[in-house]
Ligand binder design. Structure first.
Ligand SMILES: [Zn+2]
Length: 323
């Protein structure tokens, strides 16, 4: 957090003037994010790999990195039911936890507690930075009363509800570009007028769809041009009725053409342009952005890692704004 005396944001101005080619951005990460899922399709060791490559990168290594605490049970109750939290935190294999399709043990629950803490911290850091990238989170299939689709806890749900308690008149937009629909987020925010949920996803794919404020279901095999065109038009439409102070960008890289779970055909370059469209939209609206990694199941885990790093590059460097 900025020092108490810095009412004119002098520390941010100094940092920005020292690196004029870079955006106002920070990263959030915890070594606790990794999970050992032993051969599972979810490459849950990607988090430390992304961080490792980021630390070696000439540009990305210049940004501040912040380390979260675990989320408190009190904060989790902003979204999740006490009954579900009792099952999860006591590692009980019940119907409500089994939908996760991943194992239930102490290490994995800890990873989720840190991931939610990370999205809360990233949200708080938007007071100081334009873009904050949590190298984790985006667990958009988690419901208030049950786990689903590799997601035990809904990090965006908890962080957004906490933010709204502090900023009750602010508006939040969720831009969910993971290949799977953000069904958990749609349900968490269905009665929240200050949150607009928007999801572009493959229609003929998990999950059973819930109703977001705007859903765009794409046909199998959709390629760059159609995808980017629909994304641009959707954001234009949203902008006419909703001006967010804060955007959560659920930046899953599973629309990638070589993804094992998704059936869209976006290239690496197409995914970079997708990220740039979201960035430019946010800059145009002067909205802060919290970026989450969410899904990514490429045949080669290194591809998944490199696509997440590409998102970090696009948001971090001013030159991408000129493309
Ligand atoms: Zn996904």
């Amino acid at each position: 957090m900025k020092p108490w005396w810095d009412i004119f944001n002098i520390t941010s101005w100094l940092e920005d003037s020292l690196r004029p080619e870079l955006e106002s951005m920070a990263f959030v990460y915890s070594p606790q994010y990794n999970m050992n899922l032993l051969g599972h399709v979810f490459p849950a060791v990607k988090f430390s790999r992304i961080f490792e490559l980021l630390s070696w990168d000439e540009h990305l290594s210049k940004f501040n990195v912040y380390y979260p605490e675990k989320v408190s049970t009190e904060d989790l109750q902003l979204v999740h039911t006490q009954e579900y939290l009792d099952d999860l935190l006591n590692l009980r294999n019940t119907k409500s936890t089994a939908y996760s399709e991943i194992p239930l043990n102490n290490e994995i629950v800890e990873a989720f507690l840190y991931a939610v803490g990370g999205t809360i911290l990233a949200t708080e850091l938007t007071e100081k930075y334009e873009f904050v990238f949590n190298i984790g989170g985006g667990f958009h299939h988690s419901f208030p009363e049950h786990a689903e689709g590799f997601c035990y806890l809904n990090d965006v749900g908890v962080a957004a509800k906490k933010y709204l308690l502090k900023n009750p008149h602010h508006k939040i937009l969720i831009v969910d570009l993971d290949v799977h629909q953000g069904n958990g987020n749609a349900v968490v925010f269905q009665d929240e007028p200050n949150v607009f949920t928007f999801s572009i996803h493959q229609e003929n794919l998990y999950p059973i769809k819930q109703k977001s404020n705007l859903d765009i279901g794409l046909q199998d095999g959709c390629r760059d041009h159609e995808y980017l065109d629909k994304l641009r038009k959707a954001l234009e439409t949203i902008q006419k009725e909703f001006q967010p102070n804060l955007i959560y960008y659920v930046a899953g890289v599973d629309p990638y053409e070589y993804d094992l779970l998704g059936g869209l055909k976006l290239t690496k370059s197409g995914l970079g342009k997708r990220d740039l469209i979201v960035k430019n939209f946010a800059k145009h609206l002067r909205s802060k952005v919290v970026i989450l990694t969410a899904g990514g199941y490429a045949q080669k885990t290194e591809d998944t890692v490199s696509l997440h790093l590409q998102t970090a590059q696009v948001f971090s460097r001013k030159e991408y704004g000129l493309l």
